[in-house]
Design a protein around this ligand. Structure first.
Ligand code: TRP
Length: 334
């Protein structure tokens, strides 16, 4: 039996951090043996809210590629590619755009909250939202369907995108009387959500509260030292009442392959500064070999670009088959 296909990826707006690592990279590494795996570096999507910063997006395509490779994505097993290198994605986006109403896009909960966060770009009431940003879920459906993915490993914030993709596929099949695409399922990671070091709900490049895979040991120590805690004198795990310290305990547990509850038992009567020192040390130990690999990978940009070029070739091969089926179904196979 042929392997099922997965596709997932990231917007290259910054290097990847611990939230990405424990939330998705770990799973990607596990998936690549079992599935035909595609990992997209979604530069076109990154440009939907960074169109005025093309340099930033370009630089981060490279950073995200290095992060994926250093974490263990094996280019002999998996396909790592850049979204803008696959014109078929842009074509599919246009064809699908007939099948999606503007109201549906406006109601997409993830898009909605992103528009609300990006007041400077899109106005206080989202009145200046662009066609491109509002439509990025359609383009994401094109990402997923160009390789006819069965499974899309993502975080919970991406569920509306998968739902939108399913709706597009079902409509496409019905209207054009065909059955080209598998109906993709989301695969939610079971690793717990990592908060920002400032206690914000999300570790995020835009909030500057993240530990990056590429950070130096010194950066890591400094960031943990200044991470927000509370005014209690002892450490305890209580994610509801004490989110900041509990998040640090969670990181400690992940770095030591144990559970936060186990960690908390050992921490009774340990003070914050001792705990933070140990946490920074353990994170640095945990990341040591990944960081060494990353330095080596990043020192050879030509090799990274070759890997991405191979990714382009493999992805386009699959996308070309998809386009043949799509054009035939839509009667535009002149
Ligand atoms: N929207 C995703 C994010 O912000 C990135 C992404 C782009 C993606 N295309 C995708 C994820 C296709 C899964 C499948 O993280």
């Amino acid at each position: 039996m042929s392997k099922k296909t997965i596709l997932t990826g990231d917007r290259p707006t910054g290097p990847l951090h611990l939230g990405h690592y424990f939330g998705s990279l770990v799973n990607r590494i596990a998936f690549q043996d079992e599935f035909e795996s595609y990992f997209i570096i979604a530069d076109v999507q990154a440009l939907t809210d960074h169109w005025e910063e093309p340099e930033l997006v370009r630089q981060n395509v490279f950073e995200v590629a290095c992060d994926n490779l250093a974490a263990g994505i094996d280019p002999d097993k998996s396909t790592l590619f850049i979204q803008s290198q696959i014109p078929e994605i842009a074509e599919l986006t246009i064809f699908y755009s007939n099948l999606v109403t503007i109201n549906t896009l406006r109601r997409n909960p993830t898009v909605k909250s992103e528009i609300a966060e990006k007041r400077l770009l899109f106005g206080d009431d989202g009145e200046s939202v662009t066609f491109g940003f509002l439509g990025y879920p359609v383009s994401q459906a094109a990402d997923i369907t160009c390789v006819r993915a069965d499974l899309v490993p993502v975080g919970a914030d991406q569920l509306p995108m998968i739902e939108q993709t399913r709706e597009i596929i079902e409509k496409f099949h019905r209207i054009y009387n065909c059955n080209i695409f598998p109906i993709p399922k989301a695969h939610l990671s079971n690793s717990p959500r990592i908060l920002g070091l400032d206690g914000d709900a999300k570790m995020s490049k835009s909030l500057n509260n993240a530990i990056y895979l590429k950070d130096s040991e010194e950066d890591t120590i400094q960031k943990i030292k200044t991470a927000k805690t509370d005014s209690e004198s002892t450490v305890s795990f209580d994610p509801k009442e004490r989110p900041e310290i509990s998040n640090l305990i969670l990181l400690f547990a992940l770095a030591n392959s144990t559970t936060p509850e186990e960690v908390a038992k050992d921490l009774v009567n340990v003070n914050y500064s001792t705990f933070k020192q140990k946490l920074a040390d353990d994170l640095n130990k945990f990341l040591k070999s990944l960081r060494e690999r990353r330095v080596e990978i990043a020192s050879n940009p030509k090799k990274v670009m070759d890997i991405l070029e191979n990714g382009r070739i493999k992805t386009q091969k699959k996308a070309a088959e998809t386009m043949r089926l799509v054009r035939e179904a839509m009667k535009i196979n002149y």
